[in-house]
Design a protein around this ligand. Structure first.
Ligand code: DMJ
Length: 451
């Protein structure tokens, strides 16, 4: 599948950000500030791990010869960080090739103007030409930074400092940590919108899915990546998880455990596909919880993962919708056609991978194999893989996009699900939120402590 996805991309879209398999061309999008080749960068480590040597060399040669950083558009700080910086860092750590290290650091420097705000909380968009920044227009009328965006820089930025010797990257993310640690949190929860000017929450919407998700993931992974020295990250993670459990966690009448979304005390009884990474995260964090909570977190992780599997099992394609609800007697299904699409997202197989590593229960491989079969049946086209508009229809209406995270994450997590545990051991590696592996800093203090 990876070979086919890569070769299709190479044939029709090499150097563009994404492949459009129906029109057989490339697409640049508007998230990367004029940077190209997002699929190349996101694929490097997956190709390398799968020992697709020729394909890896093609990707590396493109980075050496054609990946230019002198671009001048507006970029998403978050997307450039998780896909490009994450992809380059992993490629460097896996191969030791200098080109990846140097380009990661140069690109990291281009992101720094995003942090020029009164609080140091970065804005979401950085202009590579002028060095100005702004918030997304949709984020509370352009007034807010997004928790998942400014909360998902810590892992990569500590590595940028480690590889460059330049403290500025680590200082930026330590400041974000400090702001978040010190601010008042309603019921211990972290709302999704924060003003980078005043440092106040702008709306009380809390979600473990979109807008919030990877902030929580980066807390537990900061702890793990620091070789368990970053106590602040550890404490913040378990405190946040307790608050989520108290205020957002629910069990449906049919017995399915899910994490709802919270709006100032009122719950939306829905889970986004994005929130399904949380089964894996809770499993990953279970072992370092207080002893009396460990078994509980293992069970919670298994239950949430089971619910996410149900969202797949209850569709006609055996792929899950973008969001699913628990109301009016319907459970784990989308209630509107606008939420019925599947865009090759990884979160459910990501949780299967973590649960497999933790339990070795063969059910997770069985569930993963169901996904492989469904992807082959409904998402494979003649010229690459594509998302589909409606998981409840057996006649696929393709969306004409082979997302870069399909190669970075979905296929990598599936591969790891069927690999031995020492293939990127969880003792030695953490995955950034785009599934790019970063090494645990076993013997190095500069990659560790949060404060
Ligand atoms: C990826 O870019 C990352 O996993 C991100 O954290 C969330 N969205 C996509 C995949 O669904």
């Amino acid at each position: 599948m990876m070979q086919f996805a890569w070769q299709s991309y190479k044939r029709y879209a090499m150097g563009k950000n994404e492949l459009r398999p129906l029109t057989r061309d490339g697409y640049e999008g508007n998230m990367f500030g004029g940077l190209s080749g997002a699929t190349v960068i996101d694929s490097l480590d997956t190709l390398y791990l799968m020992e697709l040597k020729e394909e890896f060399q093609e990707a590396k040669a493109w980075v050496e010869e054609s990946f230019h950083l002198n671009v001048s558009g507006e970029a998403s700080l978050f997307e450039v960080n998780i896909r490009y910086i994450g992809g380059l860092l992993s490629a460097f750590y896996l191969t030791g090739e200098e080109v990846f290290r140097i380009k990661a650091i140069k690109l990291g420097e281009k992101l720094l103007p995003a942090f020029d705000t009164p609080t140091g909380i970065p804005k979401g968009v950085v202009n590579f030409k002028s060095g100005s920044n702004r918030s997304w227009g949709w984020a509370m009328a352009g007034s807010s930074s997004i928790l998942a965006e400014f909360g998902s820089l810590h892992l990569e930025f500590l590595h940028l400092t480690q590889l460059s010797g330049n403290q500025v990257f680590a200082e930026k993310v330590r400041n974000i940590r400090k702001v978040l640690r010190d601010i008042d949190k309603p019921f211990g929860l972290y709302p999704n919108f924060l003003s980078p000017v005043s440092g106040n929450w702008m709306q009380h919407h809390v979600s473990v899915g979109g807008l919030g998700d990877s902030f929580y993931e980066y807390l537990i992974k900061s702890w793990l990546m620091s070789a368990k020295t970053d106590m602040e990250a550890k404490d913040m993670y378990y405190e946040a998880l307790e608050a989520i459990e108290t205020h957002l966690l629910n069990v449906s009448p049919g017995g399915l455990t899910y994490i709802a979304e919270w709006r100032g005390g009122i719950l939306d009884h829905k889970m986004g596909h994005l929130a399904c990474f949380s089964g894996g995260m809770i499993a990953l964090g279970a072992e370092d919880a207080k002893e009396e909570k460990r078994a509980h977190y293992r069970e919670l992780a298994a239950q949430i993962t089971k619910t996410c599997h149900e969202s797949y099992a209850r569709s006609d394609t055996k792929l899950g919708p973008e969001a699913f609800w628990f109301n009016s007697g319907r459970e784990a299904v989308a209630t509107q056609t606008s939420e019925s699409y599947y865009i090759l997202r990884p979160e459910v197989v990501e949780s299967y991978m973590y649960l497999w590593r933790q339990t070795h229960d063969s059910i997770y491989r069985e569930w993963g194999w169901e996904v492989v079969k469904a992807l082959e049946k409904y998402c494979r086209t003649e010229a690459g893989f594509s998302g589909i508009q409606d998981v409840y229809s057996k006649v696929p209406d393709h969306d004409n996009k082979q997302q870069t995270f399909f190669l970075a994450e979905t296929l990598k997590y599936l591969y790891l699900l069927f690999s031995e545990d020492d293939m990127l051991s969880l003792e030695d590696w953490v995955f950034n939120t785009e599934a790019h592996p970063l090494p645990v800093s076993h013997s190095d203090s500069s990659g560790g402590g949060g404060a």
